[in-house]
Design a binder for this molecule. Structure first.
Ligand code: ZN
Length: 95
Protein backbone atom coordinates (compact mmCIF):
# COMPACT_ATOMS: atom_id res chain seq x y z
CA UNK A 1 0.00 0.00 0.00
CA UNK A 2 1.18 3.47 -0.89
CA UNK A 3 0.16 6.82 0.53
CA UNK A 4 -0.23 9.84 -1.72
CA UNK A 5 1.11 12.76 0.31
CA UNK A 6 1.72 15.68 -2.04
CA UNK A 7 0.59 17.18 -5.30
CA UNK A 8 1.82 19.42 -8.08
CA UNK A 9 -1.08 21.34 -9.56
CA UNK A 10 -1.31 22.81 -13.05
CA UNK A 11 -4.04 25.09 -14.48
CA UNK A 12 -6.80 23.45 -16.50
CA UNK A 13 -6.88 24.23 -20.23
CA UNK A 14 -9.44 27.02 -19.71
CA UNK A 15 -7.53 28.30 -16.65
CA UNK A 16 -10.68 28.06 -14.49
CA UNK A 17 -9.31 25.59 -11.96
CA UNK A 18 -6.37 23.35 -11.25
CA UNK A 19 -5.64 19.73 -12.09
CA UNK A 20 -3.26 17.24 -10.55
CA UNK A 21 -0.21 17.37 -12.81
CA UNK A 22 1.89 15.08 -10.61
CA UNK A 23 1.20 13.34 -7.31
CA UNK A 24 3.78 12.20 -4.79
CA UNK A 25 3.57 8.89 -2.95
CA UNK A 26 5.53 7.21 -0.19
CA UNK A 27 5.63 3.67 1.12
CA UNK A 28 7.21 1.94 4.09
CA UNK A 29 10.16 1.19 1.84
CA UNK A 30 10.62 4.76 0.64
CA UNK A 31 9.43 6.98 3.51
CA UNK A 32 11.75 9.94 2.89
CA UNK A 33 11.18 11.61 -0.42
CA UNK A 34 7.82 11.31 -2.21
CA UNK A 35 8.05 9.78 -5.68
CA UNK A 36 6.33 12.19 -8.07
CA UNK A 37 4.40 10.62 -10.97
CA UNK A 38 1.52 11.59 -13.27
CA UNK A 39 -1.98 10.47 -12.18
CA UNK A 40 -2.09 8.08 -15.15
CA UNK A 41 0.82 6.17 -13.65
CA UNK A 42 -1.06 5.69 -10.37
CA UNK A 43 -4.09 4.43 -12.29
CA UNK A 44 -1.93 1.94 -14.21
CA UNK A 45 -0.56 0.60 -10.95
CA UNK A 46 -4.03 0.33 -9.38
CA UNK A 47 -5.13 -1.70 -12.42
CA UNK A 48 -2.25 -4.05 -11.60
CA UNK A 49 -3.62 -4.47 -8.07
CA UNK A 50 -1.66 -1.94 -6.06
CA UNK A 51 -3.49 0.10 -3.45
CA UNK A 52 -3.13 3.85 -2.92
CA UNK A 53 -4.60 5.90 -0.08
CA UNK A 54 -4.64 9.45 1.22
CA UNK A 55 -4.98 10.35 4.89
CA UNK A 56 -8.15 12.32 5.66
CA UNK A 57 -8.76 13.37 9.27
CA UNK A 58 -6.21 10.78 10.38
CA UNK A 59 -7.74 7.87 8.52
CA UNK A 60 -6.62 6.23 5.27
CA UNK A 61 -9.17 6.56 2.47
CA UNK A 62 -8.89 4.69 -0.78
CA UNK A 63 -7.90 6.33 -4.04
CA UNK A 64 -9.53 5.18 -7.27
CA UNK A 65 -9.80 6.21 -10.91
CA UNK A 66 -12.42 8.85 -11.64
CA UNK A 67 -13.09 12.23 -13.21
CA UNK A 68 -12.24 15.80 -12.34
CA UNK A 69 -15.15 16.94 -10.15
CA UNK A 70 -15.17 20.36 -11.81
CA UNK A 71 -14.89 19.57 -15.54
CA UNK A 72 -15.17 15.79 -15.94
CA UNK A 73 -11.62 15.28 -17.25
CA UNK A 74 -10.59 11.62 -17.36
CA UNK A 75 -8.53 9.78 -16.38
CA UNK A 76 -8.23 11.39 -12.98
CA UNK A 77 -7.82 10.37 -9.36
CA UNK A 78 -10.55 10.54 -6.75
CA UNK A 79 -10.99 9.37 -3.17
CA UNK A 80 -13.90 7.82 -1.32
CA UNK A 81 -13.97 10.93 0.91
CA UNK A 82 -14.56 13.45 -1.91
CA UNK A 83 -17.67 15.60 -1.51
CA UNK A 84 -19.24 18.19 -3.80
CA UNK A 85 -16.44 19.53 -5.95
CA UNK A 86 -13.78 18.92 -3.27
CA UNK A 87 -11.23 16.34 -4.34
CA UNK A 88 -9.17 15.32 -1.31
CA UNK A 89 -6.08 14.67 -3.41
CA UNK A 90 -6.15 18.28 -4.63
CA UNK A 91 -6.14 19.38 -0.96
CA UNK A 92 -2.76 17.75 -0.27
CA UNK A 93 0.31 19.93 0.31
CA UNK A 94 1.40 21.42 -2.98
CA UNK A 95 4.98 21.29 -4.11
ZN1 ZN B 1 -11.05 19.76 -14.27
Amino acid sequence: MYEIVSIKLAPSDDQSHFHADLVGYVSKHIPEEPVMVPPERIIQRMVLGEKFVVTVDGDPVEVSAGKCLKCGLEPYLKTSADTGDVNRIEQLPSI
